[in-house]
Design a protein around this ligand. Sequence first.
Ligand SMILES: [Zn+2]
Length: 372
Amino acid sequence: MENLTENREKQDAQEGGGSTGGSNGGSTLIIGGKVFGDLAPGGLKKGNPLLADDVLVTAIAADGLVRVTAAESTATCEKARIIHGTSALATAALGRALTAAALLSSQLKNDTDSVCLQINGKGPLGRIVCISDVRARVRGYVANPKAELPLRVSDGKIDVAAGVEKGFLQIIKDLSLKEPYIGTSALVSGEIAEDLTYYFAASEQVPSSVALGVRIGPDPEGKEPFRVEKAGGFIIQLMPGAPDSLIDDLEKRISGLPSVTTLLAAGATVQDIIHDVFKGYSPEIETSHWFGYVCGCSRGRMQAALAAVGRKDLTEIYNDGQGAELCCNFCNKKYFFTTEEIGAMLAQPAPEKEDGEGDPEAHQESSEEQSR
Ligand SMILES: [Zn+2]
């Protein structure tokens, strides 16, 4: 953990404890009426009693023939549960998707890059959307956060597959190029990890093994019906030239492994898990950093979303005289715009980009915000 602590301190120092702010500077985390503190870019401020930051590790093994990204995402998934008030089923599904988005962030390079994972299933949960930036600042939502199903009869587990059902999965990678990269594949199981494994094979032709897990349990304080006890996952990918023997051996090891949440609950760190899986294959940790659930919404961004309805509709809202409220899908924060403010927007029809930060996925969010 030494390197991690060091990295964390560097990160904090760079960010001046959040004073660089950006669009996240004004967010305060309040849980059950108790104020926990400001959100800093990249995660919660140091000293936060939730100790909410999670860890993401990338490594290589077998002389670079295997790449692995692994994460503990417990705090991220618990925060998502609190923000969205999710059922057990939705907590598990959204938590898995958020963990996947964090893992996918390792494929990004530039500060303005982002990745958006969409699970479009026909099941009761509806659409799941999760977004991450290059530093795994993740956020997400599920269309029907209260959807619930009985535990699966065969193994007594939360039936994420039945909650998601059949449909398709889409990954949109904005790599700060002219056009985003969009990959699509069918949902083959609805369990999300298997669907991602299939996606990598079908859409990106990369043999992969994906594990995602969210374990829920009783709230020790007895205030909530349940909470996220442990969450995490990994993506293991084989590079071109990996021999069949390596593939076979890894498959055997992974299938014989307890679930990620079981390993984490037993006290293993993400690094421990990587060293265990790749024992004998000289695993080398390349990067490790903290991450968390951070929504980058702001009044300026919401105003841009409102302006995007077009002049005709905006005039209608203005004439209606009741103002307009927009709710952020990712953090449920509400933004109210008065008739006067809308009038000012109409008088100045070209909205400026709010903070110059760059928001490659803004177009996706805008359409979501309006639909709610
Ligand atoms: Zn938000």
